[in-house]
Design a protein around this ligand. Sequence first.
Ligand code: GDP
Ligand code: IMO
Ligand code: MG
Length: 427
Amino acid sequence: MPAIVLVGAQWGDEGKGKITDMLAEGVDMIVRYQGGANAGHTVVVDGEEYILHLLPSGVLYPDKLCAIGDGVVIDPKTLIEEIENIKKRGLPLENLRISGNAHVVMPYHKSLDALEEGLKGKHKIGTTGRGIGPCYVDKMARLGIRVRDIFDYEEFHGRLEHTLKYKNLILREIFKHDGYDAHTILEEYLEYGKYLKPFVSDTSYIIHQALRDEKFVLFEGAQGTLLDVSHGTYPYVTSSHPVAAGACVGAGIGPTKIDRVLGITKAYTTRVGEGPFPTELDGEIGEHLRAKGSEFGATTGRPRRTGWLDALLLRYSVRINGMNSLAMTKLDVLDEQKTIKVCVAYKVGDETITEFTTDFRKLVEAVPVYEELPGWQTSTSHVKDYRDLPQEAKNYIKYVESQIKAPISIISVGPGRSQTVILRKFV
Ligand code: GDP
Ligand code: IMO
Ligand code: MG
């Protein structure tokens, strides 16, 4: 049985939650490997919407094992709220496992996230404000607090006092903030620790056992390839590794264990927050895509920037992740378009670029060169079989495949589980 990594191919919000949930039925275990509550993964079941920030999008199947791996940064308050919400909807969550090595988002991380954004002024990233960057900074600086630390008063107290020496200095001296008192944090977080302790396990070992027993394990990426701190549009990125390779480090498995990588892309492009976006649309079409696609952040509610599909960006994403195939979501959002554009090159000054670049200066100057294809101007949201798609939609899919040099194996035509068309085997 395979281990599959499901990864966002663009700037996040590609529909990873919907595709994970759809695949989860045939999977034994679903694992989140990076990111934190900056993620917002939407799953729609029988018309009811669930937005998951930290829980893997497999939790709606009570019999599936779900894990939050070492590479995730956990805001315990958000996680507990999420667990309670899911329980209220009648799902027991007995099969949830959380890594004791995952780092904990602390109140000062959230304050620093906001204060640093303020200080950056016009260079701000447009973060989700969830404390993600500062928490990963502490992890790397070896100042972090891990989930297992918040079970134990002595351990937690010692670590927190040590970390707060640095944090309060920065908060008070640079930002004129009041700083944080260790005891107030301890009181709050020890309670979270008590709640979370029963879920905590050696998740890497559990995944290892599942793979050894030939179980089907799905690794659910958060964010997207172009938000990766190494391979994305730096500095306008998140602070983790959403790319497929991130699953190895974030879940604690070796690269030889991964069988396949499934990329998720929208039929067009969106981005939330700041940073270059060569195919961005400002006018009526961009507005239509936002309205029809309900393109508002699942975590912050911010309107998402919208644009045409960028074949350079996707081809890059196929390469960086070693994608075997892709799922293309939100095809239905293009239903009304008379013609549909795909970016096939960038003009940067006198130069024409046909391969994606993460060179920030080039990306901000890039003027897209488009290929224009006829639209289908008919509803696709009811389609369940590839043969029933309009010919123009099939042509669009084939054209994108030829541009990105990878097959598209799944098409999504609506948020519901059943609004999915399987084109070919992807496992
Ligand atoms: P994620 O972060 O990658 O899981 O994506 P989000 O959940 O943030 O955003 C995707 C949005 O599109 C959600 O509101 C989904 O319910 C919705 N969605 C997913 N697939 C489709 C689709 O094929 N068509 C339409 N119209 N909506 C979809
Ligand atoms: P999912 O998993 C879209 C963006 C933020 C900002 C940048 C850095 O739902 O696809 P951060 O708070 O991570 O420090 O912000 O990354 N961002 C996302 N954009 N989808 C997400 O997650 C995102 N998570 C972070 O908007 O530009
Ligand atoms: Mg999202």
